[in-house]
Design a protein around this ligand. Sequence first.
Ligand SMILES: [Fe+2]
Ligand SMILES: [Fe+2]
Length: 180
Amino acid sequence: MTLRARLKPGETLGDRVMKVDHAGEHGAICIYRAQRWFARWRAPDMVPELGHFLAHERGHRALFGAELARRGQRRCRSYFWCGLGGFVLGAVTGLGGRQAIAATTVAIERVVLRHMHEQLQALSGRDQAAAGTLRQIIVEEQEHHDLSRVRLASHGLWPRILDPVVGASSHAVIWLGMRL
Ligand SMILES: [Fe+2]
Ligand SMILES: [Fe+2]
């Protein structure tokens, strides 16, 4: 699959990917912050794991942010909205409890990993700095997916609700970010 984007004058494909992913990581931070807050009440045993994921997401945002600064590029216009959307999603699913929290991570990471692998493929040999950043981050996103996947009950209600909705929303945010 080829990676499609509508680039601005003077912007490279790597620049755009760093912008979109930087905004996405900000969204992830807001999700985990809200979930961790509600998990203290709804799923206390998940608090350390959510803190672990949150620390990773902060690192990811910093890595993409450093790449943007090095390139003299500004943050994505979707940055604020990713944060707000992430916070609302994190609050709703945090209130839902452990299955809702795990189902959210699985749904998002499934889509994020697919996009990041596609981005990596498109940028390998073309933008080594962007590709290197992606390679570093993919390992941790896979860990978030796998640890949350084992927490999910096989016939739970939350994955059936969240998987299509959250999956499609994550895809739409990335799709729009690459084109607007
Ligand atoms: Fe991340
Ligand atoms: Fe993640």
